[in-house]
Design a protein around this ligand. Structure first.
Ligand code: F0G
Length: 462
């Protein structure tokens, strides 16, 4: 096992966390109806539910918050953000939004019609839910390697060009645009190569379609490209990021991830025409077009975060920390998606619990057991989150992957926290054969694609 690099930062302010006792944890689970989203944060010791909005701000970001211009229209903060986007990503037009899914609502809600199809490597949960909400269907075009957890390949987030071309030929005019998620969260935080982005871009142009990136974790993706794509080894991460963006007509960005803010999203665009077509929806749902549901100070913190995310020392540490956690789990025999992705470890819950049928939500059983063991909170991303229904028969279709995710917040947990997490998971792994229950839904929300957020669950013996 390779040790993680030492943290290239030190603490200036701390947040106390507490390990609740065994009985407290049992009660917390019962009160949460066995859903990790319903736990109180104070009952969690290490919180790996998400890397979204949970990172630590830098002192430069805290200072920038004080500069916020809270004018309703045309605030200085907006123009500082616009300059930062232009410098880091190369786009001329920006629409701030309160978070990633709001950016998705603006793009998808404005450009997608009922009956449309959207080819994408893989959508994350809310992106997929927004497509459903617009009565459109995502068409997963990720390479087959994404579904082979143990296969070591450098770019398992890549789009399979044959699948993409097939979708373009089959659905033709019903395709409003193509999307690529970088990194591919649903498939294990796996990167997309620059070559693949360029090939997808060329195919998009050939068929007269626009290409948008879902760029929440674009900086991690850029670092992986630098590490793994020979032609880019001598480029800076910032140059690679720009080159990635050069392939696209625009992007939706959850700024709560790589851009390192607690709240915020963006739509970035190359053409004025696209920009103008999206503005009415911004005014309807977010706020005026120069603040988009955020405070001026949020825009300033984001302008700084966009520059900090390409700090190569920071990113080298981050990815080595996630990798160290992965290595410790592999050493303990735990089946995880390989290679380790950027922001999280994904455990193959299907393999962890081969005796629990997928329809009884093994990934969510695992989330309960890991919380029970050490007050570590992760999230199930399997049948509960990604189950589909056959549009004709109404029959349930199980997702190909049954994963449990532990997402690592940015600049927040130390390398020794990683050791605690690994030990907790390995302890559960050692007693896996004695865990013989499944989960059934006692409440399911009526909106497709968001079951896992709001579900109530009940264990039953198998
Ligand atoms: N796209 C991707 C790839 C995401 O991972 C997320 C959020 C979104 C879009 C939506 O952004 O949360 O700001 O509205 N993912 C989080 C997660 C929540 O835990 O992975 P948002």
């Amino acid at each position: 096992m390779q040790r993680a690099l030492p943290e290239p930062f030190r603490f200036k302010s701390i947040e106390r966390i507490h390990l609740p006792g065994r009985e407290e944890r049992e009660q917390a689970l019962r009160e949460a109806h066995y859903n990790m989203f319903a736990l109180k944060a104070r009952d969690v010791y290490i919180d790996l539910l998400t890397d979204s909005g949970t990172g630590a701000l830098s002192k430069e970001q805290w200072a920038a918050l004080m500069l916020g211009d809270e004018s309703y229209a045309g605030a200085d903060s907006f123009f500082r953000l616009k300059d930062s986007v232009k410098e880091m990503l190369g786009f001329d037009y920006i629409i701030p939004a309160h978070q990633g899914r709001a950016a998705e609502n603006i793009l998808i809600g404005s450009l997608v019609k009922p009956g449309d199809f959207i080819p994408i490597n893989m959508p994350f949960d809310t992106t997929r839910a927004h497509m459903f909400n617009a009565q459109a269907t995502p068409v997963n075009c990720v390479v087959d390697a994404a579904f082979q957890p143990e296969l070591e390949q450098p770019f398992k987030g890549n789009v399979d060009l044959a699948k993409l071309e097939d979708a373009l030929k089959t659905h033709g005019d019903r395709i409003p645009f193509i999307m690529v998620t970088v990194t591919n969260n649903s498939g294990g935080g796996q990167p997309v190569s620059l070559q693949n982005l360029r090939d997808v871009s060329a195919m998009a142009r050939k068929y007269g379609k626009k290409l948008f990136l879902d760029a929440a974790r674009m900086a991690e993706n850029a670092f992986f490209i630098k590490e793994r794509e020979a032609e880019c080894a001598n480029m800076s991460m910032a140059a690679i990021l720009k080159a990635m963006m050069d392939t696209a007509d625009g992007a939706t960005i959850s700024c709560k991830k790589d851009p390192m803010v607690n709240i915020g999203g963006l739509v970035v665009l190359r053409s004025e025409e696209d920009y103008m077509s999206l503005l009415p929806r911004v005014v309807l749902f977010e706020g005026f077009i120069t603040y988009g549901g955020l405070a001026g100070r949020d825009l300033d913190a984001l302008a700084v975060g966009l520059r900090e995310m390409v700090d190569e020392e920071y990113m080298a540490h981050r990815l080595s920390q996630v990798r160290m956690l992965g290595d410790m789990l592999i050493e303990g025999g735990v089946p995880i998606i390989r290679p380790v992705g950027g922001h999280a470890i994904f455990i193959d819950a299907g393999q962890f619990f081969p005796h629990i049928p997928q329809k009884y939500f093994p990934a969510d059983v695992l989330s309960i057991e890991i919380y029970r063991e050490g007050a570590v909170r992760g999230v199930g991303l399997g049948a509960l989150a990604f189950e589909d229904k056959d549009p004709v028969t109404g029959e349930k279709i199980m997702p190909k992957l049954e994963l449990y995710r532990m997402a690592i917040a940015r600049r927040t947990y130390s390398n020794s926290h990683m050791e605690y997490i690994a030990q907790t998971v390995v302890n559960v792994y050692k007693r896996r054969d004695s865990i013989r229950y499944g989960l059934k839904l006692t409440y399911e929300p009526p909106v497709p694609g968001i079951t896992h957020f709001l579900a109530r669950l009940e264990p039953f013996a198998l």
